[in-house]
Design a protein around this ligand. Structure first.
Ligand SMILES: Cc1cc2nc3c(=O)[nH]c(=O)nc-3n(C[C@H](O)[C@H](O)[C@H](O)COP(=O)(O)OP(=O)(O)OC[C@H]3O[C@@H](n4cnc5c(N)ncnc54)[C@H](O)[C@@H]3O)c2cc1C
Length: 558
């Protein structure tokens, strides 16, 4: 059986020895020393940290404590940020990894994998929800140590193992410029760019991929290519949203810098409605307010619609002072307060802006806004930080995850009441969020044009938001006694999440789904993730990787 074809079917928890096929199908030894020499000794043998849980003792408890820390996970090539997904995959360790330092190491690993019929898996920040950066029977190419950053003129060049916290520190905290990256600070730059990629302020600056000027990539033939609008332009286009782990191993990225907004800020509040009818009214009032006052480049991030009749607002603003932000929101909160029998503000509103330069400034946050961040508790790692709001996703075992772009036409007068009904009814089976920064309708035309010139599903340019519903549990791992995920709950959650999103699909039947925040079991995933761009991506894949050396679940295939 073809090893690569076998591996394409998904990961298992068992460690499988890496043995090549000979012409007669009798296994022969793989000359690992050759790869070790070619990579100056950077070939690692990996062992699953979960093996320490064989008797569920102190070492196992310490491991589960540590996998609440995304840096602990990211620093270990044997771990991933999501530990698995019910009925889909479980995080498992590659038997061997090349801890690459430069493109030459990567080329050596790619050539070796191809020549000995091994499947290469690529891991940067390790955040794939769909488990695409790990496979137990793969040769892992691990880019974590490739995190050189240089800023020249209006560009920043990043090693592909850089995470966004490092990029924001170099660009914004140190140089008062802006680079469009991801919201989560520990996500890897190469994985995010190839996802398309959204950050809190994407409604102003567009997708992260849209700012890509040039990339260095090792393709399946082992060539190190520099791709841009002039060199290998199709491949360059595919990297802008065509999905990670598919077209080669990116080793370096050059991104355009933007002017930093003087002010960046946030709005947090929770409003509870007294009855289901009052919640219906609250949903409708919020959508009217969003449409009239927030549907523009200033406002992003999310609002949660919950089954307990709470509307949880976690939004960000850019380019507005605190007073300007408060003035925008005053009519909405005044109207809510004017109906105390219907609505109770149970939290906030907290509204405020700060100097843009301090948004990702760890020291400033610790001194002025420590509740917003978590610090790496390990000795000598205190400069590492992540958003407290992302903590519930670290080391999570997913029960379900689905997303759907909602077209801006739903905000029009003629469709608004159908949208309001769908939002209310979708909140009954399970809560969901609207991420306004992940739909570019309302963004500046330049941001929309740049997204059109990328592989991301064109739906993103006409959507006002991406709806996301998901559930999971932390502190669990399949096969460890006492830490088994509750599969009954997992199945019930998956059904409820699906029912919720199905209600939204009634009003957005062709919305499409964001490749990196979507369902493992997405039907017709190619069209759903890339829309009309899918056939072009398949054609590019056939040109650069005709034998599917690089293959990930729900990825583009030749
Ligand atoms: C907690 C959390 C928060 C998130 N927040 C956001 C967000 O704010 N905005 C957003 O848009 N998305 C977000 N995502 C989704 C995330 O952007 C994608 O999963 C992204 O692909 C992760 O990149 P990574 O390098 O961290 O992950 P990895 O799992 O290492 O990589 C993801 C995919 O890209 C491939 N890949 C990685 N490096 C390379 C490389 N050098 N060359 C080729 N392929 C490569 C991998 O093989 C894998 O298929 C989030 C995910 C999580 C788990």
């Amino acid at each position: 059986m073809n090893r690569r074809a076998l591996l394409g079917g998904g990961a298992s928890t068992a460690l499988i020895a890496l043995l090549p096929k000979s012409a007669s199908s009798a296994p022969t030894a793989i000359p690992w020393d050759k790869l070790r020499r070619a990579t100056d000794g950077r070939l690692l043998e990996l062992h699953s940290p979960f093996h320490s849980c064989a008797n569920n003792g102190a070492a196992c408890n310490a491991l589960f404590e540590n996998i609440k820390n995304p840096y602990f996970i990211g620093d270990n090539p044997a771990l991933t940020q999501t530990v698995g997904w019910a009925d889909a995959w479980t995080s498992a360790t590659s038997a061997r990894a090349v801890a690459a330092m430069h493109a030459g190491d990567v080329a050596a690993a790619v050539n070796f994998a191809r020549d000995y019929d091994l499947r290469p898996a690529i891991k940067g920040g390790g955040h794939s929800y769909q488990g695409t950066s790990n496979a137990p029977d793969s040769l892992l190419i691990w880019t974590r140590n490739m995190h050189d950053i240089s800023v020249t003129g209006d560009s920043v060049t990043l090693g592909s193992g850089t995470i966004w916290a490092q990029a924001y520190d170099a660009v914004t905290t140190q140089r008062a410029k802006y680079v469009q990256g991801g919201g989560c600070t520990t996500v890897g730059v190469a994985g995010l760019i190839q996802s398309g990629g959204f950050g809190s302020f994407s409604k102003r600056f567009g997708t992260a991929a849209s700012s890509l000027r040039e990339a260095e990539i090792v393709t399946a033939d082992g060539r190190i290519r520099t791709v841009n609008a002039a060199n290998d332009p199709d491949l360059f286009w595919a990297l802008k949203g065509g999905g990670g782990g598919t077209f080669g191993v990116v080793t370096r990225l050059m991104l355009a810098l933007h002017d930093l907004p003087e002010y960046l800020g946030g709005v947090n509040a929770q409003i509870k409605a007294s009855s289901n009818d009052d919640y219906r009214e609250l949903v409708a009032r919020f959508i009217t307010f969003y449409s009239d006052s927030l549907f523009n480049e200033h406002w992003g991030e999310s609002v949660q619609f919950r089954g307990d009749n709470v509307l949880a607002i976690n939004m960000v603003g850019q380019g507005l002072t605190s007073d300007e932000m408060k003035a925008v929101w005053k009519p909405f909160f005044d109207a809510v307060k004017a109906s105390p029998s219907k609505f109770t503000i149970v939290d906030g509103p907290d509204i405020g802006a700060m100097a843009g330069r301090h948004w990702w400034d760890r020291s400033w946050r610790v001194d002025h806004h420590s509740s917003s961040v978590r610090l790496d508790p390990r000795p000598n790692h205190a400069t590492n930080w992540w958003w407290r709001g992302d903590s519930d996703q670290v080391g999570v075992f997913l029960y379900a995850y689905e997303s759907l772009w909602l077209p801006a036409s739903l905000l029009d007068g003629a469709h608004r009441s159908s949208l309001n009904d769908a939002l209310y009814e979708a909140s009954r089976p399970f809560g969901f969020e609207l991420h306004f920064n992940k739909g570019l309708a309302g963004a500046p035309q330049a941001a929309i044009d740049a997204a059109i010139n990328s592989a991301t599903n064109p739906s993103v340019t006409t959507a006002f938001a991406l709806a996301i519903s998901a559930d999971g549990a932390q502190g669990v791992y399949p096969g460890i006694s006492g830490r088994e995920p509750d599969m009954q709950k997992a199945h019930a959650s998956a059904q409820a999440v699906h029912a919720s999103m199905e209600r939204l699909r009634v009003v957005a039947p062709n919305g499409g789904s964001y490749v990196s925040e979507s369902n493992y079991f997405e039907p017709s995933y190619g069209t759903s993730y890339w829309g009309t761009n899918y056939p072009r991506l398949q054609s590019i894949k056939r040109t650069y990787d005709p034998h599917n050396l690089f293959a990930v679940h729900n990825g583009v295939r030749a």
